[in-house]
Design a protein around this ligand. Structure first.
Ligand SMILES: O=P(O)(O)OP(=O)(O)OP(=O)(O)OC[C@H]1O[C@@H](n2cnc3c(O)ncnc32)[C@H](O)[C@@H]1O
Ligand SMILES: [Mg+2]
Length: 259
């Protein structure tokens, strides 16, 4: 049998060629398609190869069980090199708010991730995080989002924190603090994956910087001496509690996904 070279032919001609080939030949042929190349061998001889670019067929989307756009912005930047599109609960208005009734970051992160995973049937990531100030015995901790009251604004929470530390007995050395994140990944009918991350620093006496969210204007990073709000998103994502927790998560995620 004579094989006609089809390299450089339009895609439809190549398709037709293979159809005819399959119809008329009884010779064994091997067809290999990868995202970047198409090669065909007939009777052990390569008869066609071309460089191709297949559209991504399986878009990776990850739902994060949060309504906090500050966290979401950080997760989007952290996950984008991995090819994930990030969605949050604000993209799904019909999903309920999950009450954070736990006494620990892990309990609250589990509540958020496991409730939303059950309702959607999908793999879901949740972040429960907060600021822990040593001289306040770890407060505001799990109450960070509601330190100044239910639905408190970031500005009100920051003002309350400065007020709590206003005593002259709270010298600069006694203003040490850390940010904490617990991440939980949940899927229906499977034990959840739990990881943590922390970021050491101290509390400034006045807010500084425009970036970030929450307590960022008051949290001074130990290493750079800048507040988290003075760091760019990229700088914060190299050292933050959330970034460290995510690194820990990525180390364990493949094994968890295969379990
Ligand atoms: O529960 P979701 O919907 O995720 O959003 P939330 O804002 O209520 O989030 P948390 O319950 O985890 O509370 C975390 C609070 O801790 C503070 N916080 C956490 N991470 C922070 C960060 O990176 N920078 C500044 N403040 C942070 C901030 O006040 C958050 O509102
Ligand atoms: Mg919350």
């Amino acid at each position: 049998m004579k094989v006609i070279a089809v390299d450089d032919s339009p895609a439809e001609v190549i398709d037709l060629f293979f159809q005819v080939l399959v119809d008329i030949t009884t010779e064994p042929y091997h067809y290999e398609l990868t995202p970047s190349a198409l090669t065909v061998e007939l009777a052990g001889k390569q008869i066609h190869s071309e460089t191709i670019s297949l559209p991504q067929t399986t878009e990776k989307t990850l739902l994060i069980a949060t309504r906090n756009e500050g966290k979401t912005k950080e997760f989007k930047a952290l996950f984008s090199p991995l090819g994930y599109t990030i969605k949050n609960l604000n993209d799904f208005p019909d999903l309920p708010d999950v009450a954070e009734t736990g006494m620990t970051f892990e309990e609250n992160a589990r509540l958020k991730a496991e409730t939303i995973a059950k309702l959607t049937g999908e793999m879901v990531l949740a972040d429960d995080s907060g600021l822990m100030v040593d001289v306040l015995g770890g407060l505001p901790g799990v109450w960070s989002a509601r330190f100044a009251g239910i639905n408190a604004t970031d500005a009100a929470n920051n003002a309350k924190l400065l007020h709590e530390l206003a005593s002259t007995a709270v010298t600069p050395e006694r203003r040490t603090a850390k940010f904490h994140t617990t991440l939980v990944v949940a899927e229906p009918d499977k034990p959840s994956l739990v990881v943590e991350g922390e970021w050491l620093g101290s509390i400034a006496t006045i807010p500084k910087g425009e970036n970030g969210f929450g307590y960022d204007p008051l949290f001074v990073d130990d290493e750079t001496g800048k507040t988290a709000a003075q760091l760019t998103l990229e700088q914060k994502n190299k050292r933050s509690h959330r970034a460290i927790a995510l690194q820990n998560l990525l180390k364990k995620l493949p094994e968890w996904q295969n379990s």
